[in-house]
Write a protein of this length. Structure first.
Length: 145
């Protein structure tokens, strides 16, 4: 298991333990985690705190060249909003834990030059499948359904 994907999974589990949605993310630059986060929409009553957004917020202000050499790890395929942030900051690489339960605009990201690696990790899939089964109304709210 990749240590950075495992860190994102740890974030997802932390979010679930807090009563939130089990999606986690870490931002890695030069082999070091510079930001981590998890979906906190429920915990903070937020409209936008998906895992990737929380991660970027927690990384703080970075220089454009830092984002351009960064890799973002997310346990789930990034949605339209999070993809927009990835494209805005020109993050060049994204490692996706799984895209079986939800698939964001991956083709668009690739067209815009983002290198995507989809792992389809069994832990990530199980976390989301169990959550969607147990709390479908919360999941639908999170993805705008």
């Amino acid at each position: 298991m990749d240590e950075f994907l495992q860190a994102a999974i740890d974030e997802a589990r932390a979010g679930l333990a807090e009563g939130g949605i089990p999606i986690g993310s870490v931002l890695v630059i030069d082999g070091r985690i510079v930001g981590r986060g998890h979906n906190r929409r429920v915990q903070r009553g937020s409209a936008v705190l998906h895992a990737e957004m929380d991660c970027l917020e927690n990384a703080g202000r970075l220089k454009a060249r830092d984002y351009q050499r960064a890799t973002l790890y997310s346990t789930l395929s990034p949605c339209d909003m999070c993809t927009g942030a990835i494209l805005l900051y020109k993050i060049s690489r994204v490692v996706i834990g799984e895209n079986q339960t939800f698939r964001g605009p991956e083709d668009y990201s690739r067209q815009r030059g983002v290198e995507l690696t989809v792992v389809n990790d069994a832990q990530c899939i199980r976390l989301m499948r169990d959550f969607i089964r147990d709390k479908p109304e919360l999941w639908n709210e999170d993805i705008g359904v």
